[in-house]
Each structure stands twice: as structure tokens, then as C-alpha cells.
Design a protein around this ligand. Structure first.
Ligand SMILES: [Zn+2]
Length: 238
């Protein structure tokens, strides 16, 4: 099976509100059809509608920060009302937080099981995602509990993503098994994210940086310096 991802945004925490840049997110496709969204932070829903015209059946959420899950309550509720109940994939602990805290605005009207289907494996447990892919979540180190993941096909790693995390060697070593590895990194030293300098030794073919929060001009400048920064519209086969 051949898969592809399309980048929807590479923004950081405040990017969508203050810089009009969509939060970090990408769509998974096979046969040119979108089947799973990865993170649904502020500014991402508009990108999904503009590029694909509709939401896929599946969404993976790495953690509850607004730049990764901020638009989840609106989209799940609207899609459910249209008879298009979505399935949320998240680590069990992240899923608990999403159901309780992120979806609190809907609690008086309907519970979280009525709004979405939930696939919430424990960290390290491999489950079926969709279209021949399996997913395993692994916790990173971040200001809120956050998980990265590895997608496998017939047991072979295909794609990994850190979610938000500092550079933890054991975590990076796990994710480094995949031929395409997307890492969260910021231009400068940051308490809760890796920095460009820190991820540099991990960069080789198939490695990309998201979550950098840079605008288009600065992204272009850094790319010229050789940093593999992702930008909305980028497509990567995996
Ligand atoms: Zn975060």
C-alpha cells in the first residue's frame, strides 16, 4: 500500500490567533483520498474544508493543547449532526482528558460517546487505524501529557510523529525506526519543545520539522539553509 500525507499547517501555540497561520497538522491519504487527519488545532478545520471539501472519518489527536485539539468539539458535533460520526484515535490518557475537558462544552447536551467513537489504546499498544495501517502511541515530554505515534503496515514502520515534545533520546530512538519521521521543533531553545539545534543530529533523508511557527518568508529562508521545515501544502509519500 502507498500512502501520502499533506501538510495543513506548521504553526505553534499562538500562530492561528496572532499570525493567521494554521496550527500543526497533516492529512493522511491513500489513492489520493483523505482518510485520517492528524491533530485538529486552531485554524486547521478551514484548511481541511478548503483543500478536501470534507472531514475524513478518522482523526488522531496527540494532546489537548488548543493548537492540537482546539477545533475538535466543533467538528465532532457538526459531523455527528450530519450523520458522519467520526472516530477519534488517541492514547488512553489523552483520550480521557479530551472527553472530560475538551468536550466539556457539550456535556449538558450529549455525552462524548454520542458525539464520536473513541479508540483509546494504552501507550505502547498497537491497534488498527484504517486502510491497512496500525497505530501505536508513545508519550513524549511536554507541558501537557502528549503522545507521538508510529504508523505501521504489516508490522513495518512507515511514518512517525513526535506530537509536541522535548528531545528525549529514548523517544526519538523509537520514532527513528520509521522511514518518514516528523518532529516538533522550534527555532530557539524552548522548555517544552525540541530546538532546531537539538534535532540537527537526527536529520537525514525522510526527516521533517513541524510546529516551528515560522511564517512563509522565514520558512523559505530556513529551508535555503537546509532545515527540512514543513509548510502547508507539502506532500510526502510514506
Ligand atoms: Zn502542546
Amino acid at each position: 500500500m502507498k500512502y501520502e500525507l499533506v501538510v495543513l499547517g506548521s504553526g505553534a501555540g499562538g500562530s492561528a490567533v496572532y499570525d493567521n497561520l494554521p496550527s500543526s497538522s497533516f492529512m493522511l491519504l491513500t489513492d489520493h483520498k483523505p482518510f485520517c487527519l492528524v491533530d485538529l488545532g486552531l485554524g486547521v478545520g478551514k484548511q481541511v474544508i478548503e483543500i478536501f471539501g470534507h472531514f475524513p472519518k478518522q482523526v488522531i489527536i496527540t494532546h489537548n493543547h488548543s493548537d492540537h485539539a482546539g477545533e475538535l468539539p466543533v467538528v465532532l458535533r457538526v459531523e455527528q449532526a450530519k450523520g458522519h460520526k467520526m472516530t477519534v484515535f488517541a492514547d488512553a490518557k489523552v483520550g480521557g482528558i479530551l472527553r472530560e475537558a475538551r468536550l466539556a462544552e457539550h456535556h449538558q447536551v450529549m455525552d462524548s460517546d454520542a458525539i464520536a467513537n473513541w479508540q483509546l489504546p494504552a501507550a505502547g499498544e498497537c491497534i488498527e487505524l484504517s486502510h491497512g495501517l496500525q497505530i501505536t502511541f508513545y508519550p513524549g515530554i511536554h507541558s501537557d501529557y502528549s503522545c507521538g505515534f508510529i504508523l505501521t503496515h504489516n508490522g513495518a514502520p512507515r511514518l512517525s510523529y513526535t506530537g509536541d515534545s522535548t528531545l528525549d533520546k529514548a523517544f526519538y530512538t523509537l520514532l527513528d525506526q520509521a522511514p518518514v519521521f516528523i518532529m516538533d521543533a522550534r527555532p530557539k531553545t524552548n522548555a517544552w519543545h525540541a530546538s532546531f539545534k537539538e534535532v540537527k543530529p537526527w536529520l537525514k533523508e525522510g526527516r521533517y520539522i513541524i510546529g516551528h511557527g515560522l511564517d512563509m518568508a522565514h520558512t523559505r529562508m530556513e529551508r535555503k539553509q537546509g532545515w527540512p521545515l514543513l509548510w502547508q501544502g507539502d506532500r510526502i509519500a510514506f
